[in-house]
Design a protein around this ligand. Structure first.
Ligand code: S3P
Length: 193
């Protein structure tokens, strides 16, 4: 069953994936877009395209606060825009800016993809495109970041999925089923008001 396609004018109509680097947001977003038939936006890719620079270059040339401000700008555009329902994959640090939490919740059904730090580390270890992991001990850095952010992911999510032993296909199927319930409830509670 496919989630009811929400009215384009409704604010909370998207499916948003949050979670740490390596939690599988981009892969699951693609799979979900394929299964549901909605287009997909990756906030990192959108920022890279807007700026004409990679995330690493943006961090290097302008610093992290500048990147976070670009995330804010993009979230505001998404929440005020009248785009059709999308699957939105976010950068892992999107939750550290307090202003983002209500903006993300307003966008729609928020799913937190999670995994233990050792699993996340295996997934990101070969990839050097994450500036925050350019430290002498990236494994420890990842654990610390996860510990700091876990309460923020928890406060923002409607649904949490542990991804360790699941394929992108299985995770997407689970999200799809839950989204059916989420969007029908949102729809009916609006009718009652
Ligand atoms: C970041 C995660 C990255 C990217 C940037 C910062 C973070 O996205 O937004 O490097 O703060 O965790 P992914 O979660 O897609 O790797």
């Amino acid at each position: 069953m496919t989630p009811p396609t929400p009215d384009t004018n409704r604010p909370n109509k998207h499916i948003i994936l949050i979670g740490m680097m390596g939690s599988g947001k981009s892969a699951v977003a693609k799979e979900l877009a394929h299964q549901i038939g909605w287009p997909c936006i990756d906030t990192d890719t959108a920022i890279e395209q807007q700026q004409g620079k990679s995330i690493s270059q943006i961090f290097e040339e302008h610093g992290e606060p500048y990147f976070r401000a670009l995330e804010t700008q993009l979230l505001r555009q998404l929440s005020h825009g009248s785009i059709s329902p999308h699957i939105i994959a976010t950068g892992g640090g999107i939750v550290i800016t307090p202003e983002h939490l209500p903006l993300i919740r307003e966008l729609g059904f928020v799913v937190w993809l999670t995994a233990p730090p050792e699993v996340l580390y295996i997934r990101v270890a070969k990839n050097t495109t994450r500036p925050l992991l350019n430290t002498p001990d990236p494994r420890a850095t990842l654990s610390t970041i996860l510990e700091e952010r876990a309460p923020l992911y928890r406060a923002t999510r409607h649904l949490k999925i542990s991804t360790t032993n699941l394929s992108a296909n299985e995770i997407a199927s689970g999200i799809k089923e839950s989204a059916v319930v989420f969007f029908s409830r949102a729809f009916y509670s609006e009718q009652e008001c």
